[in-house]
Design a protein. Structure first.
Length: 331
């Protein structure tokens, strides 16, 4: 027979001393804060006692679990401060109609992540490179649609020559096929294509011939400008420019004292084109030896996705981000 509420035995509990519990809780907080303060002081100050042979850090006295907890708290604090700063920056931009502002004239793109995308989707890195080529075609169509006039892409760096022969050969084959496709697009859409290289001699003769022919064939087009950086490295480009100016100075063609930024700029592979207004980098957050001179005052946007995953909406977001930013050029 179920026990009724009236007949159920009543359990009694000892009386609670709220004052004593409050004192205990306060003591726990005091100890915790003291440990946190000690750890924070050790992490922040990083006081190190050095001698000729040994280096002793007081930070080693702090338990590893406490250090991890402190560093986690500091990371959260920094993330919170960063969010506040970003929100403040957004609020500082005047509330204007973004459609009334011009898009960036020149966009540069580091097309990173093709190999990883191919491995993840197909288990084959080379398929990722093929898709990266198709993505380039989609991307310059989006640029044309949204008013961008110049696109400069990092297709193959001088460092990429260090990859396996199999991958390099596959990339050169992809270039030969895609050059033909881009040529058809250039004719249909009025695209002027330009090769930008700091070490063109390393390219296979057939690939170099096709690129130079494409450049010459589309030189008169003015609707859109596509600069393809192949066998390119910015440091090598700057070295080449310095050598060219040094040679001219040695021959007496120029006065070394007259060399300035404009003269060096005209000696670069990108001579004659304006600097990028915005750089888009997928997958990673670094420049990877790309347009180091030209990006001095460009807006940098890093997308946390692989190149084949980029969408038209991503480009629109980048354009709107560019429009919101205040470009002061050091003023």
């Amino acid at each position: 027979m179920p026990m009724s509420i009236e007949s159920a035995p009543m359990h009694t509990f000892p009386p609670v001393d709220l004052q004593q519990m409050g004192i205990m809780a306060l003591n726990v907080w005091i100890v915790a804060l003291a440990c946190f303060g000690l750890g924070l002081a050790l992490v922040s100050l990083k006081f190190v006692v050095t001698s000729s042979k040994t280096t002793f850090s007081l930070i080693n006295l702090c338990p590893s679990w406490l250090l991890r907890a402190i560093m986690g708290a500091l990371d959260e604090h920094e993330a919170s401060n960063r969010a506040v700063r970003e929100e403040s920056q957004k609020q500082s931009v005047p509330d204007v109609d973004l459609q009334s502002l011009p898009p960036p004239n020149h966009v540069a793109a580091i097309m990173d992540g093709n190999r990883r995308w191919g491995k993840d989707k197909y288990g084959n890195a080379i398929k990722g490179h093929w898709e990266g080529g198709e993505q380039l075609r989609r991307f310059y169509d989006w640029c044309i649609k949204h008013g961008v006039k110049i696109l400069t892409v990092y297709a193959f760096s001088t460092e990429n020559w260090n990859r396996s022969k199999q991958e390099v050969d596959a990339l050169m084959e992809i270039f030969q096929v895609k050059i033909s496709t881009i040529r058809d697009d250039a004719v249909a859409k009025g695209i002027c294509v330009r090769l930008v290289a700091s070490d063109a001699d390393r390219l296979p003769a057939k690939v170099l011939e096709l690129l130079l022919d494409l450049e010459q064939f589309t030189a008169h087009h003015t609707n859109f400008y596509l600069n393809i950086c192949v066998s390119y490295g910015s440091r090598g480009e700057i070295v080449n420019a310095a050598k060219e100016l040094a040679k001219s100075a040695a021959q007496g063609d120029i006065d070394p004292e007259m060399i300035d930024e404009q003269m060096l700029n005209q000696a670069l592979s990108t001579r004659g084109m304006p600097d990028p207004d915005v750089l888009i980098r997928t997958s990673e957050m670094r420049l990877s030896n790309f347009l180091l001179w030209q990006l001095a005052y460009s807006e940098l946007v890093f997308l946390p996705k692989l190149w084949p995953e980029v969408t038209e909406d991503d480009l629109v977001d980048v354009i709107n981000t560019y429009k919101r930013r205040k470009r002061r050029f050091g003023k």
